[in-house]
Design a protein around this ligand. Sequence first.
Ligand code: BES
Ligand code: ZN
Ligand code: ZN
Length: 484
Amino acid sequence: MKFEVSDSSVAQVVILPVFVEDLPKLSNDGKTVRKDRLLPHVGARHGVTWINAPAEDEPDLLILGMGEEAKFKPYMMQEAAGNASRALQKEQRSSAVVTFEALGSRKILSGCMPAVIAAWVEGSLLGTYSFHKYKSSVAEQAETTIIFKSTAGAAWKEAIRVGQIRAEGTMWARDLTNEPPNGLRPRDLAERTAERFAGTKAQVAIYEEPDLEHLGFAGLTAVGRGSIHPPVFIEVRYCTDETKPLIALIGKGVTFDTGGISLKRDNDISDMRMDMAGAAAVLGALDILVRSGAEANVAVLVPSAENSPSDRALLPGEVIRYANGVTVQVGNTDSEGRLILADALIYAHRIGAKQAIDLATLTYSVVGALGSKVAAVLGDDELADALQTSGEPSGERLWQMPLVDEYEAYMHSDYADACNISSVGEAGVITSSLFLRKFVHPSLKWTHIDMNGPKESASCTGEFAVGATGFGARMLAHYVTNLS
Ligand code: BES
Ligand code: ZN
Ligand code: ZN
């Protein structure tokens, strides 16, 4: 897909995003659109309506519904763009011009056309994303050129670049997350990170045994012990402005979670290939920061392991001694995410981070609580608020849950300072976060994001393809970029 800014609007298709309220006005025209063909669904959110041209040399019209104006949120522009570009590809159209004429006088557009253009580019690319690396043949796709009609060349071209960078970082996160378990072991994740950032201002360090032990990463070595594919700890520094506080972005990188000796018993656990979606999110965010040349001071930390049962695997009942002195008895080896994130949280303080944000597919229960569209955020209120705001432009939604001190007792262990699972079958999102808090130095501002719900999309709508969503990458990049 290509994007152009041009003052000419010659194309096979004219794309027209509309609100429900615009329909009567459009219908009055009578020439281009007949009222009876427009109502009632055309303006509804996700509406995609083709209107064929009356003459051969005229363009067809593609009307994109954006719902009611009062309910409009900026990310819906991405959604409409995704729907439009998928429709163009399906119909094998090679050129289309986008016109915002119907929305023209609206407040939502005034003064923010570059943001609208960036959103359109982002949504177009994300909406036509597909993961077909393992298909022997893929249907040939005609290249589509999207034209934005304007004489304001430079600013809109820059907006196109911004949209492309954000989409590419997100698509890389999707690619990593979609990989099957045999396509991405911990070492592969490290290699792909090193390749992606080679020749940039980001510095990649990869630690394996015996370094992991020297660095005191007790959780990671314990969890990774059962697999023949060894664990790694990935650290990527991107420090272009050291006057800014160091931010640690931590991602759970379990390349496959069988549960370990506490083996999962579900019928289909193939989704556990996505148990590194947190890692993909922080790496994707860094990709956006690096390629947009952001002024930032960031350390991306990814503890990565395959959680597998074997004769040398971590056993339920074992006690782990962490670098901060806390000891943990393993009640269940399927609660492995918190065990490896603990190392990264301790390390974040050790390298001087002032803030730490961790993203992880940590619990089943978060999906029960918030569903597949919203992630949970827990920890520092101010940071949680700022992240919530940072996710809004890309439609990445967070909802804050409380850290209820009283539930900490649920993780009591007779042998160690704590157990890695709760003895009470409630509030799994909160207890897992309370566990992580034990490894957060009091001077470190911290939030945890459980993104198990929105890591994946079950349908091909808006900017989503079936499979990984790349959730978190744009939100984190936005947060870091806007930090003073
Ligand atoms: N990786 C899982 C969480 C998960 C569930 C990810 C479904 C993707 C889809 C995590 O490691 C896990 O197993 N959590 C358990 C913890 C329990 C054993 C205390 C859970 O949430 O049930
Ligand atoms: Zn698990
Ligand atoms: Zn897991």
